[in-house]
Design a protein around this ligand. Structure first.
Ligand SMILES: [Zn+2]
Length: 188
């Protein structure tokens, strides 16, 4: 059976989180690649957009987890767990989180942050950058808010990767911690 068919059957053609029947999507639960239906959840557009943009979260909408967190399907449990964590400051959500039991593998999956896996920092040549690397500036940079230009060829040691932005790293130049665009550096 095709994945879409499996998902249709499993979900009864409704959002597996809130039960909505309109505008359904197959949401691949990160960091999985969606190779099987066990890595995906059927969601409505409301759920999907809030999963993907937690800053727009509508607390009330997620009361639906009260039911859906008891799903027997791991991907649904993972999404429920993550959303409850995002809502943890709400007492009801914190209570539900306390009741939600995940087996070991599912819990590990739920706790993998999306950013660990999806965001890769690369230098101007496409080499992968890691925290702690030394990089060299490949052009002069005007440092915002500082009174100097960081010269091409300057080495920046022990860089830090900005977690939510693959194009930004941080490092110290002339004693100041600054944000540098990855396209202006190469790994030494
Ligand atoms: Zn929904």
């Amino acid at each position: 059976m095709k994945i879409s068919e499996e998902l249709k059957q499993r979900s009864g053609n409704s959002c597996e989180l809130c039960g909505n029947k309109d505008a359904l999507f197959e949401y691949i639960v990160p960091p999985k690649s969606g190779e099987s239906s066990d890595e995906q959840v059927v969601t409505c557009s409301t759920c999907k957009s809030q999963i993907e943009n937690p800053e727009n979260i509508d607390t009330h909408h997620w009361r639906c987890l009260n039911e859906s967190m008891w799903s027997e399907h791991a991907p649904v449990q993972v999404v429920a767990y993550r959303m409850l964590q995002a809502l943890q400051t709400e007492e009801w959500a914190n209570d539900l989180l306390g009741m939600l039991f995940l087996d070991e593998d599912t819990k590990e999956w739920a706790e993998q942050s999306n950013t660990d896996v999806q965001i890769v920092h690369k230098d101007a040549n496409g080499n992968i950058l890691n925290a702690g690397d030394t990089v060299t500036l490949i052009q002069d940079l005007n440092v915002k808010g500082a009174k100097f230009t960081a010269k091409r060829g300057t080495a920046v040691r022990r860089i830090r990767l900005v977690p939510n932005n693959a194009e930004h790293i941080e490092g110290k130049i002339e004693g100041q911690q600054i944000v540098i665009l990855t396209k202006y550096v190469k790994k030494s």
